[in-house]
Design a protein around this ligand. Sequence first.
Ligand code: HSE
Length: 322
Amino acid sequence: MTVLKTARVRVPASTANLGPGFDTLGMALSLYAWIELKEAEQTAFHLYGDEMNGVPQDKTNLIYKVAQMVFREAGVAVPELDISMYSDIPLTRGLGSSASAIIGALVAANTLIGSALSDSKLFDMASAIEKHPDNVGASLFGGIITAVWDGKHAKHLRIEPDINLEVTVVIPEFQLSTSKAREVLPEHVSLKDAVYNVSHASMLVAALASGRTELIAEAMSDRLHQPYRAALVPGMTEILQDAHHHGALGVALSGAGPTLLALTDCRENRKAELEQYLTDTMSKQGINASVLKLRPESEGVKVYTEGNTLSFMDMIKGELMK
Ligand code: HSE
């Protein structure tokens, strides 16, 4: 098998759950990480941007380890890699930073060896590494995805986001690990709560697929994880209750948090009011938070064709200026 010289990819951030779709629904967002892999004599790392602080620069690095899984699976040896990464996705905030790294590494490594593995195989591998398919599915396929995963195989169906849908996220300054946010969840839930979530998640998917955005506020309600996680995110309960009075179509904890995500309609002119409301509510709880205005990203991971003559960072700077 021929190994290409360089593989470069851009991966979107993602939000998971969208309220009731715990470990099931995901949506790609217009915030990105870029990864470049090259076969090398000796493994080396070039990590750019504030979000890369503290990321390991040896063979324990997630990108390196995930790339090696691809090579093993395809029966190819590429033991040494030159790895570059730049990311605008905040770490451990519920915006899918680890999922984007996993998808970026899987797809870049697979590109390097001539795409030996199928997307469906990469999705299975990503779900097994991340332990749930929602973030990785969104980063891989783009748009909104609804996924099922049996522990081995993952399947998804993709929904094209409504053209008028926009996203406002409020990102608290503190980090919250997914494992900590999963520890607070109960082992068992009541049938009543299970039915509540099945009905709301089903309504949400139908509303998103058919453009019935007026149903989103009610459909995004959840009883499986948000009530338990509320104690970890000051201001969350109030925002979940009231954000729709300030111009949000619906609001949810983004993945395992602590970021909160509000869906908005671009034709509504209340973004400034919503932004003010979100930051004021956090600040009343003593939490500094920043707000980002994003869009759903229709495109999943993007592979750049070889022959790009710009350096890795020059290419990214060019894209960020667009
Ligand atoms: N579905 C996962 C959770 C997403 O809520 O724990 C984690 O990013």
